[in-house]
Design a protein around this ligand. Structure first.
Ligand code: GLN
Length: 275
């Protein structure tokens, strides 16, 4: 079977073309950014080993496993992150949160930043990569997630401090920015079925999906420097509720930002300079 035929066969089985290409590159031991090579080698025959491993990967993909777990990595904000089933797969939507974070840090030298629920380390590492002068702390309650994040920091040679704990419970001090992509899916949301391969603790958060966001908003004022920001990712229908929680807690400049699909995906506010 040739490369072109194997990809056509995967498409017949319902796989997206890009997914099939990434899985085939992985089966061939080639880099994920080498799709041009596949096109140039359309007529090459696949050996039995590569074909067997590609077929197995396609079956797992068809059963719902994220491509990122199957190939072991995911690009986020231009960084190659290694990921596995201990962490949520970084989503492009979360890049909006990073862009907002970098905007609020502009003009502050050596800003202090905490990423709450860091998972793979995506937000913390993207900020540290863009702002080498930032003092970045990454927190997660899951030791497995912290292992993944620490390994990513090591590979990317980014100097980030890691703390195990539930939100800010194990963190001391006040910071210029607290950023988080917490779990925010409602426990009964049928959408969770499609995400069954990812850690439930990184996804679901109580009956309305807001339990963890409420906990973070409650803890944040004790850990923000005057004028510091809290930025949160949340669900497609939660922006008004999150803005309400932030305003009720005393935050100012409360606002939301839209993701790539035009949905209000992040909300945040500034802790007042005084009071
Ligand atoms: N954005 C994810 C999804 O709904 C959820 C991520 C999260 O809960 N932080 O697919």
């Amino acid at each position: 079977m040739t490369i072109a035929q194997a990809l056509a066969e995967a498409a017949r089985r319902g796989l997206a073309r890009l997914d099939a290409q990434l899985l085939l590159l992985h089966a061939l031991g080639r880099a994920q950014d080498d799709r041009a090579w596949l096109l140039a080698h359309d007529d090459d025959a696949l050996d039995a080993k590569a074909l067997g491993s590609f077929t197995a990967l396609c079956e797992r993909r068809a059963a719902g496993e994220p491509v990122a777990y199957l190939v072991g990595n995911k690009e986020f904000f231009g960084l190659g992150l290694q990921v596995d089933a201990r962490v949520l797969v970084p989503r492009p939507d979360t890049e909006v949160l990073v862009e907002w974070a970098l905007a609020v840090l502009e003009g502050r030298s050596s800003p202090s930043v905490v990423d709450l629920g860091t998972g793979s380390g995506a937000i913390a590492l993207a900020i540290k990569h863009a702002r080498a002068d930032a003092k970045v702390t990454a927190v997660d309650v899951s030791p497995g997630a912290l292992d993944v994040a620490r390994a990513n920091a090591g590979r990317l040679q980014l100097d980030v401090r890691f703390i195990q704990g539930r939100w800010l419970a194990a963190v001391e001090g006040r910071f210029d920015l607290l950023a988080s992509n917490p779990p925010y899916v409602a426990e009964a949301d049928e959408h969770l079925g499609a995400l069954k391969h990812e850690p439930r603790m990184a996804l679901a958060s109580g009956p309305d999906g807001l339990d963890d966001i409420r906990a973070i908003v409650a803890q944040a004022p004790g850990h923000l420097a005057p004028g510091g920001w809290l930025l949160l990712e949340h669900g497609w229908d939660q922006a008004a509720a999150v803005r309400g929680l932030l305003s009720a807690a005393g935050f100012t400049s409360v606002a939301s930002r839209r993701d790539l699909a035009g949905i209000e995906r992040c909300s945040g506010g500034r802790w007042p300079e005084r009071g």
